[in-house]
Design a protein around this ligand. Sequence first.
Ligand SMILES: Cc1cc2nc3c(=O)[nH]c(=O)nc-3n(C[C@H](O)[C@H](O)[C@H](O)COP(=O)(O)OP(=O)(O)OC[C@H]3O[C@@H](n4cnc5c(N)ncnc54)[C@H](O)[C@@H]3O)c2cc1C
Length: 296
Amino acid sequence: MKHYQSDVAVIGAGLAGIVTALELLDCGYTVALLDGSPDGALGGQANDAFGGMLLTGTAEQARNRIKDSPELLLADWLRAGEFQADDHWPKAWATLYAEQCTPMIYRWLIAHGIRFFPSVQWVERGLHGNGNSLPRYHIAWGCGRGIASTLADALTQHPKAENLQLLRGHRVESFEQNATGVSGCMGVTDYCLTGTDTNTEQFQFTVSSDNTVVCSSGINGNLEKVRQNWDTCYDPPPFVNAWSAAKALAASPSVFSKKWRQNKSRKALVGTVSQNCAEPWMAEPKPHREVLRRVL
Ligand SMILES: Cc1cc2nc3c(=O)[nH]c(=O)nc-3n(C[C@H](O)[C@H](O)[C@H](O)COP(=O)(O)OP(=O)(O)OC[C@H]3O[C@@H](n4cnc5c(N)ncnc54)[C@H](O)[C@@H]3O)c2cc1C
């Protein structure tokens, strides 16, 4: 069994985990950053994300003569959000985001090397009064993958990088606890190796830490829970993989199925699958990539 020790264990190396680790390194802490992703990539979902951000009061808006402010953003948000009287936390989040997105997100990202397209886009436009009254969608150069790789580089090239233990292929399965609370975590390495018995001690690890931060993306790390909580307004929840999704959709009267009927070659279908992978019903990037690899 492997043992690691750090001031803080950060579980999940998506954007949330990378940003947490960067801030902790800045403050002089030792950090163990763990990620169980089978492909070992840093950045999690951001590698497949579009990479646009809702921001207000930016240099890009000013250059495009868009006069925005936190107050205007909050007013749009409160109107579009249709909050109920007891929606305390959603309102608090909207208020914090509107007030702090420029210093805490925009300036932070600029300071860490992220740049944005000069034009600012409309998103969730308030055509009927409900939505953004101004363009606020800022697209990062390199899009989602650009954000992920720039921040991953900032992490590995951090001046205090010697304080970082980057533990790829380490999937956390439980927390360690003592009398005062959580004292670390434990799990398995290389759990994705097919045909390998990861129950054996050689694959197990523990991390002892004063503090543990979970950045594993909430229920998004568990596809079964995502399906259980799927909003029915998006039609049925995603299928097991893109290939079975494609076959099932071929039976439905969608644009996708038209393409399927018109062009039945496997390669054409793969092209269509790649183009449509950002749709909510296809939002399973890793099995999707695996299927593409096999089909190609
Ligand atoms: C197709 C797509 C398009 C998107 N477009 C946009 C957009 O334009 N703008 C926007 O703001 N957002 C967008 N998003 C959403 C955005 O990408 C995510 O909200 C964000 O990347 C989530 O970051 P995260 O760090 O919280 O979680 P994740 O990126 O999910 O990272 C969680 C990490 O934790 C790891 N992990 C999970 N469980 C364990 C465990 N038990 N042990 C160890 N590691 C574990 C996972 O391997 C993963 O690397 C998009 C998402 C997708 C999928």
